[in-house]
Design a protein around this ligand. Structure first.
Ligand SMILES: Cc1ncc(COP(=O)(O)O)c(C=O)c1O
Length: 354
């Protein structure tokens, strides 16, 4: 605390990102990164961009990237917004589309950045309890609100809400913006982007951090009606004209265009996830059905914080949230087969030891 702080800063509760330890030889299963590298074509494109052109500003509109995303998802480039990671896109969404007099709605168990943005931009919100099995009950969102936001699949549960339910949610909320954060949708869900032509109040947010394996490049995007996109552009152009640098634009375009790498790696993650769920269940864990690149699991007899600590002593990091309803769960990123095998044998040893 310093006496020079503004009132806003004094009252912030910042988000705490998953740890990025500076240790070698870790089995790092705590921040839902992709265990496979990015597309080699993306790396090549970034290398090709490294040169004299870096003295010039990048394209403030990232038109090449918007065109690649539009082409990939069968939409118009005017329906695409791009930002420095989907976190930045989400921040602009809170200020540009969700800040109204009525409270916005999101689940009680969800991405913990949402209440942080709400705090930063003074957006009133109400949390809506998930059902006991962690599913989202659309009926609970059919009431007056200033907007709705949740990830699908949800984080940190991994549970997917079927597209037909999203449609029902949209039909019942034509007066407010519905934001579906599809950070993990490529690992097992159908994207709501297919609905944007029918629902001018739908905004779908994606990231290249997970299924495109580019968390380090910081690229995210939103797809929705051109009117919603214009709101985000107005916020962006009042904040930072160049959120994506030249390297990010070049790498992201190549990654989006490399369908083969994308399909192969996401299918590999999904196959490993099925084995991981079976192995965890065999060790006595209840695992929430997952459509994401992580699983959310609770052991019938063991304390989750103690398990996380015992894993850490064996150089394996998973995520444990000290939060109501989920403090007995572990969120485990799907790694390579070898990483998951290391995790399972460590858990087997930990469970056998005491
Ligand atoms: C649900 C959800 N949305 C958005 C993000 C942010 O992703 P990024 O800023 O890397 O695009 C994350 C990151 O873990 C997430 O879990």
């Amino acid at each position: 605390m310093s006496r020079y702080w503004s009132e806003v800063v004094k009252h912030l509760t910042p988000y705490i990102p998953g740890e990025q330890p500076k240790l070698a030889n870790l089995v790092k299963l705590n921040t839902n990164e992709n265990p496979y590298g990015p597309s080699p074509r993306a790396i090549e494109a970034i290398r090709a961009e490294l040169g004299d052109a870096l003295r010039l500003y990048p394209d403030p509109n990232a038109d090449a990237l918007k065109a690649a995303i539009a082409n990939c998802h069968g939409v118009d480039a005017r329906q695409v917004f791009v930002g420095n990671g989907s976190d930045e896109v989400l921040a602009h969404v809170f200020l540009g589309l969700l800040r109204h007099a009525r409270p916005i709605l999101f689940p009680d168990v969800t991405y913990s950045f949402y209440p942080v943005y709400a705090g930063l931009y003074e957006v009133p919100f109400e949390t809506v309890p998930l059902a006991d099995d962690f599913s989202i009950r659309v009926d609970d969102y059919l009431k007056p609100n200033g907007g709705i936001i949740f990830p699908n699949p949800n984080a940190p549960t991994g549970r997917l809400l079927p597209l037909a339910e999203i449609e029902r949610l949209l039909e019942g909320n034509s007066d407010s913006v519905v934001v579906i954060d599809e950070a993990y949708v490529d690992f097992g869900g159908d994207s709501a982007i297919s609905l944007i032509g029918r629902f001018p109040n739908l905004l779908v947010v994606h990231t290249l951090s997970k299924s495109r394996s580019l968390a380090g490049l910081r690229v995210g995007f939103a797809v929705g009606d051109a009117g919603l996109i214009e709101a985000l552009e107005r916020v962006k152009n009042s904040f930072n004209s160049y959120p994506l640098d030249r390297l990010a634009i070049a790498g992201a375009v190549a990654a989006i265009n490399d369908r083969e790498h994308f399909e192969r790696t996401r299918l590999a993650v999904m196959a490993t996830r099925a084995r991981l769920i079976a192995d965890l269940s065999g060790l006595g864990f209840d695992v929430v059905p997952s459509a994401a690149n992580f699983v959310f699991a609770r052991h019938a007899k063991r304390d989750a914080a103690a398990l996380a600590l015992a894993l850490r002593e064996r150089n394996i990091i998973v995520r444990h949230f000290k939060l109501p309803r989920i403090d007995q769960h572990l969120r485990i990123t799907v790694g390579t087969d070898a990483q998951c095998a290391t995790l399972i044998s460590a858990l087997r040893a930990i469970l056998a030891a005491t």
